[in-house]
Design a protein around this ligand. Sequence first.
Ligand SMILES: [Zn+2]
Length: 277
Amino acid sequence: MIRLPKPVIDIASYVSEVVAERQNGINAAFFAGIQAEWTTRCQHYDMKAGDSSQLPTWATALGQATSFKTLYASPAEEAAQAPILKTLRDRSLTLCPMCGEGGTPNTLDHYLPKQDYPDFAILPLNLVPACDICQGHKLARYSGPNGRLFLHPYYDAFLEGPVAALRIHPPYNAPTPELLCHPGVPAAATDVVTRHLDELQLHSRFKSSFRKEYIRVLRHAARMRNRNRDVHAAFEDLREHAADRSVNSWEHILYDCVVNDPELIAYLAAGQLPNYL
Ligand SMILES: [Zn+2]
């Protein structure tokens, strides 16, 4: 759910370099023969923002899928794609772009999977850093009966703004969290945001982390009270701090909910906090 800058790449020269490097191997003729169409397909990927409904699979590539997968899985050190893959893996991200959970994403996900789209296996625009949990839920899926299942961190510009909102249901000493599509999401995108939250099981994942995080909220409220600080302002500070990383970080989603819920703020400022704090 985090917007990432799109990798900068000249697709035609990239494909041409990869094809040139194949000219000493057994697939020389195959790659030379597909260069033009492969280039066009990669350019279409960019034009269609990775939307599978507008990017049919390619029988020629599917017939030679292993060759494409090898380019991704075991590139020679001096191969054209090697430094690009390395850069994508070396990102110093502190949040997973797919879910917004804290931590450095451990893996590269093929937004359109290499099983169905081997020709996009080394296309940087199709490779998105992701955490293991997200990848485990996403696997090779990308589309359902109602359209695409996942947001694309390189192309969904609305990811600059919040996409998930939290509601905290009372009682406030033992509340229930509910994760929703943010009301600020453009109408045309609410369905895909909802599918993204469902498919990555973000409701239950957020819920399990919420228990611990909410205790920190209560503790912070207690500290602020002891110091005679304004509780609402204190949470506004935390929200601002969290927004520096992303408005779609789990921390920001939590603090944004706290700050915007007057009943919860009233409880945190003056209610009976649990004794165990
Ligand atoms: Zn993730």
